[in-house]
Design a protein around this ligand. Structure first.
Ligand SMILES: Cc1cc2nc3c(=O)[nH]c(=O)nc-3n(C[C@H](O)[C@H](O)[C@H](O)COP(=O)(O)OP(=O)(O)OC[C@H]3O[C@@H](n4cnc5c(N)ncnc54)[C@H](O)[C@@H]3O)c2cc1C
Length: 464
């Protein structure tokens, strides 16, 4: 692993090599191939189990025709303002706005030109979203998003996806100008010369040493993303003098069913459910954000909590594939009474009943919520519950890039021929877990993917 300096011995040539086949890599490949250049996508794993495939497939964008058709008028500026509010204005404001502006055409391009099946989501809002603006596959799974993107790559004569192909080195020559990659495919190792290289191999959440170094609060947490995401893209960029930013930023999640390991949608909490610990007490404002609230869950006894909600929220949950899987796995418990639910979940019935009464009192506005939540609401029987833990989903810090996704040195100049996007690039989520704004993951993956793919192809066309 690292940067190889031998620029003479090549197995074969291509125009663009994309490292990684998640949302960033696949969209970069489609965008570049549409401009009539040859693209090879190398994917370390044998099956498409990237973070994008595991995700909820929720892609945020303002001002799309889909949002318009839902009767919502919103500008990218308003969308960017929400992102900046969530990260307390710590992300680069110009880059944040650039990505928000890119997202509008990007979502329509995904549907119209890449053939991705997306619907507009207007039945719940994630923390900090002042408007409905998510676009997702009807199943609300990233697996379907990846299926459609892979089909678009496979249908394109100029693009090819090769799985079981781990890129082990970048190859760079004079001035650290990147000239190709070394890829291990089965027992073979090949040196592939390329005019541009796009790093789309996500961040370092699957690399325990890097997590311990940069995000120590997540060192012992369950990692819920793809095992392929071991940080080499960032390390290669650094070896070539690339600057990094926001290395302490990550997205965690406060609601992964345990021990089943299935995501339980946070829509249940945002639309009225709450969380308790093993003593039956609430322990914070769950709506502050599922990423930061994960840390609160992890500091409860046993590092676990229970989502408590009702029938209407259960019905909302049923629109998510993973929630239905959680039911099949037996993770979701139900009872006509809160005390009965407590017994099903192994919680103290009297305390849980008292907690519900307090929550209802706050819903009736008899007194403020002791944890500062402002949208408590009455839950009606039957009641539902599920035991959950906090988990690390992905890191958000990485290589600094410009508006085209080109990797930058500390002096602001690009490293020749090198692009990065998604989890390899510095994100727009500020520091720590609290700046993460739902959708930032796929916005920076697909956004930079499209920007980098188009720019790399147009540079090649211009002979640069
Ligand atoms: C459970 C879950 C739910 C989520 N839901 C959402 C959501 O609804 N909306 C949202 O915006 N974000 C969501 N996210 C975050 C989002 O999934 C990620 O931010 C985004 O998918 C990152 O895309 P990527 O292309 O950078 O990386 P990935 O999709 O992880 O793709 C990277 C690929 O690179 C491959 N790779 C790594 N190293 C190499 C190498 N050396 N050689 C070859 N291949 C390599 C990996 O195997 C992997 O397939 C979620 C994350 C998780 C874990």
């Amino acid at each position: 692993m690292g940067v190889d300096r031998d620029t003479n011995n090549w197995s074969f040539d291509t125009d663009i090599v994309v490292v990684g086949s998640g949302g960033c890599g696949l969209t970069a490949a489609i965008a570049a191939a549409q401009r009539d250049v040859e693209v090879l996508v190398f994917e370390k794993q044998s099956r498409p189990w990237s973070n994008t495939a595991r995700s909820g497939g929720m892609i945020p964008a303002a001002g799309t025709r889909f949002q318009h058709d839902a009767g919502i008028r919103e500008t990218p500026e308003a969308f960017a303002a929400d992102i900046l509010r969530k990260n307390h204005h710590t992300s680069d404001p110009e880059m944040t706005l650039h990505l928000a502006r890119t997202a509008t055409g990007m979502v329509e391009w995904l549907v119209d030109e890449a053939g991705v099946d997306l619907v507009f989501i207007d039945d719940f809002k994630y923390p900090g979203h002042s408007q409905y603006r998510m676009h997702a596959p009807p199943s609300r799974t990233g697996a379907d998003l990846v299926r459609d993107l892979r089909r678009a790559v496979e249908n394109h004569a100029q693009a090819e996806l090769i799985t079981d192909a781990s890129v082990t080195h970048l190859v760079a020559g004079a001035n650290d100008s990147v000239a190709g990659v070394i890829v291990r495919h089965g027992t073979q190792q090949e040196r592939v010369r390329a005019r541009k290289i796009i790093l789309a191999c996500n961040g370092f959440a699957g690399n325990s040493d890097m997590v311990a170094k940069y995000c120590p609060s997540m060192s012992n947490a369950l990692y819920f993303g793809g095992e392929g995401n071991t940080g080499e893209g960032i390390l290669w960029g650094q070896e070539l003098g690339g600057a990094v930013a926001f290395m302490d930023a990550f997205q965690a999640h406060a609601s992964v069913a345990t021990p089943h390991g299935i995501l339980v949608t946070y829509a249940l909490i945002m639309e009225g459910g709450f969380q308790v610990n093993s003593a039956g007490h609430r322990f914070g404002d769950e709506t502050s954000g599922y990423s930061e609230h994960a840390l609160a869950v992890l500091t409860q006894p046993g590092g676990v909590a229970w989502d408590i909600y009702d029938e209407s929220l259960h019905q909302l949950g049923l629109s998510f594939d993973d929630y239905r899987q959680a039911i099949e796995a037996g993770a979701i418990k139900q009872s006509q009474t809160i005390e009965g639910l407590a017994r099903e979940l192994g919680l103290p019935p009297d305390t849980l009943s008292e907690t519900l009464k307090k929550y209802h009192a706050c819903a009736a506005d008899e007194r403020g919520d002791e944890h500062g939540r402002t949208d408590c609401r009455r839950l009606e029987p039957p009641f539902y519950g599920v035991k959950v833990t906090g988990a690390l989903f992905h890191t958000q810090g990485g290589l600094k890039v410009d508006f085209h996704g080109r990797v930058l040195r500390e002096d602001g100049n690009p490293i020749p021929n090198l692009y990065a996007g998604g989890g390899v690039a510095a994100g727009i989520s500020g520091h720590g877990p609290g700046g993460y704004f739902s959708g930032n993951g796929l916005l920076t993956a697909i956004g930079y993917g499209v920007l980098a793919g188009r720019h790399a192809a147009s540079m090649i066309k211009r002979g640069q």
